[in-house]
Design a protein around this ligand. Structure first.
Ligand code: NDP
Length: 234
């Protein structure tokens, strides 16, 4: 049966591939991003800045009015503003926390407002191995992505009795615009990764699809790394 899936950050990278994966499975996909673009085949797309609480609430209502209650919500939108902490500006800190953590809370709360009534639903949050591995220059990003795990686990306990699961995917090094400047194909980078290579957006999308599937019905509050073994044992 076709489900209504909302994916944030669907305009490119990991989010675009997650959207494509659900489209290929026959689901109705609503894609959000600031640009408002989404992959071909999405049922609709909207320009939504996830750090704007009112915009998220409004967009959720519009999506539900257009395509019905939300079955799956993928909280993927994220940014980096890297810099060593001693030189990190308040803006660099706030911007990353606003999009990556405030945004995750606004989206989860909006999704739950639809799912709780249905007494079913799946939320998948895209965190990172950054907070588990420790990456210099990413104090803001790691703090936001660690916060996301606490958010997911608290919410998972709050809504488990309503048949809703909430899980976290923690990608390692995936080749997208976000990592384009970091020299992803360098031998040095690959040498750190037990599987010896960077990951693909398709590999993250497949994990999100699994956690949203009926087969994952007994999994909630988990953090699943898709990282080639980089942060093994997080
Ligand atoms: P990209 O930079 O390629 O894409 C980011 C997406 O998020 C874009 O669609 C962007 O669209 C959207 N976005 C950014 N800010 C906002 C906002 N305020 N409101 C709505 N949408 C927003 O990144 P990736 O695909 O690489 O990353 C996707 C997620 O995966 C992120 O959360 C990232 O932290 C996480 N991740 C990525 C890793 C990697 O190696 N690539 C590793 C670990 C985690 P627009 O600019 O139009 O708003």
């Amino acid at each position: 049966m076709s489900r209504h899936v909302i994916v944030t950050g669907a305009s490119r990278g990991i989010g675009a591939d997650i959207a494509r994966r659900f489209i290929a499975a026959g689901d109705l996909v609503t894609g959000w991003s600031r640009a408002g673009t989404a992959p071909e085949g999405c049922a609709s797309s909207a320009a939504v800045d996830v750090s704007d609480s009112e915009a998220v609430t409004r967009a959720l209502k519009e999506a539900v009015a257009a395509h019905g209650p939300v079955d799956v919500f993928v909280i993927n939108a994220g940014i980096t503003r890297d810099g060593l902490a001693l030189r990190m500006s308040d803006e660099q800190w706030r911007e990353v926390l606003s999009t990556n953590l405030d945004g995750a809370f606004y989206c989860a709360r909006a999704a739950l407002s639809s799912m709780v009534r249905q007494r079913s639903g799946r939320i998948v949050m895209i965190s990172s191995i950054s907070p588990f591995y420790g990456v210099p220059g990413q104090a803001n990003y790691a703090a936001a992505k660690a916060g996301m795990v606490g958010l997911a686990r608290s919410l998972a306990r709050e809504v488990a009795s309503r048949g809703i699961t909430i899980n976290v995917v923690a990608p390692g090094f995936i080749e997208t615009d976000m990592t384009a400047d970091l020299g992803s194909t360098s031998d040095q980078m690959n040498a750190l990764i037990p599987l010896g290579r960077t990951g693909t957006t398709a590999e993250v999308a497949a994990t999100v699809e699994f956690l949203s599937s009926p087969d994952a019905g007994y999994i909630t509050g988990q953090v699943l790394a898709v990282d080639g073994g980089l942060a093994m044992g997080l």
